[in-house]
Every structure is written in C-alpha cells, then in structure tokens.
Design a binder for this molecule. Sequence first.
Ligand code: FES
Length: 117
Amino acid sequence: MSESGRPPAGTALCRLEEIPDPGARGFDFREGDALWSGFLVLKDGILSAYEDTCPHAGSPIGDMIGRFLTREADYIICSAHGALFRIGDGACVAGPCAGRGLRPWPVEVVDGLVRTA
Ligand code: FES
C-alpha cells in the first residue's frame, strides 16, 4: 500500500454481484495513520468508481450507513452539503461544487471480481 493508504493495482475489492444494481459500495483502507476511501457504483450494469472525497470541502461522499446515491439512484449525493454528481462521469451538476467533479478510481472486473487497476 502507498503512503496515502490508497491500495495498489490488483487489490481485490468484491465480486460484481455483491453490488446491488442500482447501488453503491464503499471501501476504506488504512496504512498506519493514513486513511483512504473509495466507492463503486453499479447502475444499468455499468460500473463506476471514485475516490470518496467531495471536491467541495473534502468530506466523504458516503454517509454513516454507506449510502452514496439519491433515493431514486439517479445521482451520487454528497452526505455533507448535498452536491449531486452524475454517476457515469462524476461531474457535479448541482450544489456548492457545480462544475467540478469526483476523482475517478481506476478499477477493473476480471472473472467477476472487481479489483483496483
Ligand atoms: S463537502 Fe460535499 S457538498 Fe460540501
């Protein structure tokens, strides 16, 4: 693992079928004092992944119960101040960071296993 706690390429995350569609799942990694979090979103069979840090104030996107999406599962929503992000590309379309976007987290699916790329 790197100094930042971010997992290296090839780190197994979960099986694709463990993520509801539509749905999301967060992952936390620790290395010493360093914490790093990311999340996966599955919608209509398309997998997206982002670092769990909001471009507005740096808060986690997910809430305390691991919710990342709006009730209708049409946008990613920041738990801190409600910014909305497009699922497919992480662009912020409403809220205090409109025009900015989530940082992608490269992942791949190999034989049904989602892993970092
Ligand atoms: S930290 Fe996400 S909207 Fe403010």
